[in-house]
Design a protein around this ligand. Structure first.
Ligand code: NAP
Length: 292
């Protein structure tokens, strides 16, 4: 397929690479142009604007930081909305708000364009290794037509609804689950350390109990305090917890733990952890317990 791919950050670069490897024709765009070089060397075309990238495409895929980045790339000057051919959907992989996903749906529709929300679970290593969990929502015929793209970037695709924003609700709630796990590790490791118990031994027991690669991976990062280089920076993690709270407001379903997590991420931000991995929220509890 002829694909426009916009956003070659930590996640987008792995996804775009796997789409090329699967034989798709890519035209790439990134705000900082130096990130396009390795894709040009691998045979991708490079565009000077999002509009130029999607002029001839069958689908325009975006993997951008947040709502503001997607807004700039879609509705800004030379944005996707000004050039996307009718019938070629915009497929957004970014973790964005449910409200903004609804706006994307309605504005694309008003332009005669289609829209799918297809966020992903998995860190940059999972993106590189085609191990992402892909969550799609939107018109089922479109989801099925573009399923080969999702198969090329992940190990499993789940279709969760006919309205695109529903996939964003799933993604935000999933990240809340991961954030809650990191908070739990932070609190329990602090107690273990103060109780004189090796917190790595505690982690081994929890890995037996939960048997989850996510527990194993994040638990290990927090136990060893390996927060840099960041796979997912703390400021983007805070963005996701703020967004899940907005969604909880929209649907009137309180999330008291999410409010605590938001405050602890803010605490981490206030202590200079902005560009550390978001799992560094795990050291907030240690700090509160008077541990170094
Ligand atoms: P990242 O490395 O910071 O990449 C962000 C991308 O957005 C870059 O291409 C950046 O361009 C672009 N961008 C930011 N602001 C922009 C603007 N105003 N206009 C145009 N482009 C802009 O972030 P990432 O970790 O790949 O995350 C991307 C998305 O995936 C986020 O929504 C994140 O929540 C989600 N996600 C991340 C992970 C993870 O573990 N990292 C996992 C699942 C989902 P430049 O290169 O010019 O800065």
């Amino acid at each position: 397929m002829r694909i426009a791919f916009i956003g070659l950050g930590k996640m987008g670069s792995g996804i775009a690479w796997n789409l090329l490897e699967a034989g798709h024709q890519l035209t790439v765009y990134n705000r900082s142009p130096e990130k396009t070089k390795r894709f040009a060397d691998r045979g991708a075309a490079v565009a000077d604007s999002p509009a130029e990238a999607c002029r001839n495409c069958e689908a325009a895929l975006t993997m951008l930081a947040d709502d503001q980045a997607v807004e700039a790339v879609v509705f800004g000057k030379d944005g996707i909305a000004s050039a996307l051919p009718a019938g070629a959907p915009h497929i957004s992989h970014s973790t964005i708000s449910t409200a903004f996903a609804r706006r994307l749906t309605s504005e694309h529709e008003a332009n005669g364009q289609a829209y799918l929300s297809v966020p992903v679970f998995g860190r940059p290593e999972a993106a590189e290794n085609k191990k992402l969990i892909v969550v799609a929502a939107g018109a089922s015929d479109l989801v099925e037509r573009f399923r080969p793209l999702f198969d090329a970037m992940g190990r499993a695709t789940f279709v969760v609804g006919a309205e695109p924003w529903q996939a964003n609700a799933v993604k935000l709630c999933g990240n809340f689950m991961i954030g809650s796990m990191m908070e739990s590790f932070g609190e329990t490791f602090a107690v273990m350390r103060k109780a004189g118990v090796d917190h790595h031994a505690f982690l081994d027991i929890m890995n037996e109990l939960f048997g989850s690669p996510v527990y194993k991976n994040y638990g290990g990062i927090i136990a060893d305090e390996r927060f840099s280089p960041a796979g997912f920076v703390l400021k983007l993690g805070l963005k996701d917890i703020r967004l899940v709270l907005q969604t909880s407001d929209e649907v009137t379903a309180p999330m008291p733990f999410a409010s605590v997590l938001r405050d602890h991420l803010l605490d981490a931000l206030a202590h200079g952890q902005t560009d550390l991995d978001w799992s560094s929220v795990g050291i907030v509890a240690a700090r509160n317990a008077g541990l170094k």
